[in-house]
Each structure stands twice: as C-alpha cells, then as structure tokens.
Write a protein that binds this ligand. Structure first.
Ligand SMILES: Nc1ncnc2c1ncn2[C@@H]1O[C@H](COP(=O)(O)OP(=O)(O)OP(=O)(O)O)[C@@H](O)[C@H]1O
Ligand SMILES: [Mg+2]
Length: 293
C-alpha cells in the first residue's frame, strides 16, 4: 500500500509502426505525494509528454502503444480500470492543463457549455443554473471579474490569457486531487505563462491538490516545484528535492542541463557563477541513477 497520489512503477512504453517497435520509456518510476508539486524536466523528445499521457490513460487505448509496468492512482492500478472508468477519472480526480488553450477548448461551444460537460462527469444532472453557479465562482478564483460575459462567450471571443484561465478553472471543477500540467501557457507569451503558474500554484495550494508538472524551463521548475525528476532519453537519471538538485546536481546530464541556463536570482539579477561556498554547502541527500547506457 502507498499513501502517494501517483505511483509510476517501471513504466515501459513502446510504439509499433511499420518500421518495427521503438521503446521510448525504458522503465520510468516516479511518485507524487499528496499536496506535492513535482516537476519532470528533460530535453525535447525525452518522454515527458508520453509519461503524462500514460498517467491520464490516454495511451492505453491507442493500438500502436504497448505499455508495461504499473501506474497507481490513489493506490488503484489504472490497468485494472475499464476504459469508461479511466475516462471518468480524467477530468474528475485527475485533471490536465495543456500547453495550448486554443486546441484544448472546443471552438464550437460556448464556455458555459464546456463547463457543463466537465461538471456532468461528477454531477450527472447538473443544469445550466448549477453550472453557472460552480463556474462563476471558479472564474472569479482565476481573477476573471465578469464571469457572466466569459461564460456566454466562444473561445475565439476571448484572449489567449483569458482562455488559459478558463482552462485552469475548468480543470478544478471536480476538485481533482492531482493536477497534471504539460508546459502550461508556453504557447502564450511569457507574462501569461508566469501568471498561469502563479495562479496554478495558489489554486493547488488552496485546494490541497498535488501537481505533476512538465517543463523544460528550469527557472520555472526551480520556482514552482518541491521535488524534481530529470528524464533523459526515456530514463529518470536523477531525482530529489528541487533545491538539492539545483545546488548539487550529480548526474552529468543534469549538470549539463543546469549549466546551459542562465541563472536568475530572485531579485531578477543574473548570477555570473556559483560561489565556491555553494559547492561545499551541505544539501539533502537525493537519489541518482546510473548514467544512461
Ligand atoms: N503517438 C506516438 N507514436 C509514436 N511515437 C511517439 C508518439 N508519441 C510520442 N512519440 C515519441 O516518443 C518520444 C517521446 O515523446 P514526448 O512527446 O513524450 O517528448 P517530450 O519530452 O514531451 O518532448 P517536448 O519537450 O518536445 O514536448 C519521442 O521520440 C516521440 O517521437
Ligand atoms: Mg512534450
């Protein structure tokens, strides 16, 4: 038994194509405890999004995907759930915030209709009055002052930042215990991205929800996560508390990753280089895995 919200154990994922079978995850294990904010970082193509998609149960029905290992959500093995129950879980107990709100919201329906769809996953009989009540409150929580106008709008009538906030509000409708965010807001400008993350953090804190967060922006990761996994070519190569990994990266890939970003201090001043003290300062023990073969 485990108290974790999410436990991924030795996840292997392959895709079948005409050319044969390609394994893209080679035994990924990771966990998210209640109320934790956990980041998964790694370069493009390393397997971040497919990991999130597997957790959301979006790959299990894809015929070209072969999955082994276990994904436990609140102690329950996702593989033991029917397709219908996996769909039900998605958008209720776990919900997702995507990179690009435009492609995640349906352009053909008013925002209020989309809220109602989501609400009906947990309240089958929810009508428009109930929807407006629930959505109105959530929209105010994401700093939208005129929820009535927004609810009556189509996505194209709202700005990118507004749609992003609508999406965050929508992800919270059914009080998820885990929010999964794949590079939220990166399709939008940097200010919106920053606002999105601050908002997500506050809302997750208020609701005591855990966050599993994907990024290749290390500044964001440092600011936002308690714990961090570094993925490299489909393998977790290092994990531990975010602060200790930043202070003392052990794996050569992590070192290279950290060296590649200009460090910005909290005051917004770029750090030229680490002080020698930072290298010798004590840090919490964190786990490293062997160098990828
Ligand atoms: N449906 C699919 N069919 C075949 N291969 C896929 C599929 N989805 C992803 N892949 C492959 O799996 C690997 C991991 O992809 P993934 O999208 O998880 O990368 P990522 O870490 O999210 O990268 P990025 O930072 O660019 O978003 C890549 O080599 C990708 O080409
Ligand atoms: Mg991705």
């Amino acid at each position: 038994m485990t108290d974790n919200i999410l436990d991924i154990q030795d996840l292997r994922l392959s895709f079948r194509s005409h050319g044969g079978v390609t394994e893209v995850l080679h035994g990924v294990s990771l966990s998210v405890a209640p109320e934790e904010r956990v980041a998964l970082v790694g370069e493009s193509g390393s397997g971040k999004s497919v990991t999130a998609r597997a957790v959301l149960g979006l790959l299990q029905s894809q015929r070209s995907a072969q999955i082994t290992g276990r994904i436990l959500f609140e102690g329950r093995d996702l593989a033991s759930l029917s397709g219908a129950n996996r769909r039900k879980l998605r958008g209720t107990k776990m919900s997702m915030i995507f990179q690009d709100p435009v492609s995640s919201l349906n352009p053909l329906f008013r925002i209020e209709d989309q809220f109602r769809e989501v609400l009906r996953r947990s309240e089958r009989s929810a009508d428009m009055r109930r929807t407006r009540e629930v959505a109105g409150k959530l929209l105010r929580d994401v700093s939208i002052d005129d929820p009535e106008r927004v609810l009556a709008s189509f996505p194209f009538q709202l700005s990118g930042g507004m749609n992003q906030r609508v999406m965050i509000a929508m992800a919270l409708v059914n009080e998820p215990s885990l929010l999964i965010a794949d590079e939220p807001g990166t399709a939008l400008d940097v200010t919106v991205q920053d606002q999105t993350l601050k908002l997500m953090r506050k809302l997750a804190d208020d609701r005591r929800a855990a966050v599993f967060f994907i990024s290749h922006n290390l500044g964001v990761v440092r600011e936002f996560s308690n714990r961090l996994y570094v993925i490299y070519q489909g393998r977790i190569v290092e994990s531990g508390p975010t602060g200790s990994i930043f202070d003392d990266p052990r794996h050569p890939y992590t070192k290279a990753l950290l060296a590649a970003v200009p460090r910005i201090t909290r005051a917004g001043i770029p750090e030229i280089e680490e002080s020698p003290e930072a290298f010798s300062a004590p840090c919490e023990i964190h786990e490293t895995a062997g160098v990828a073969a």
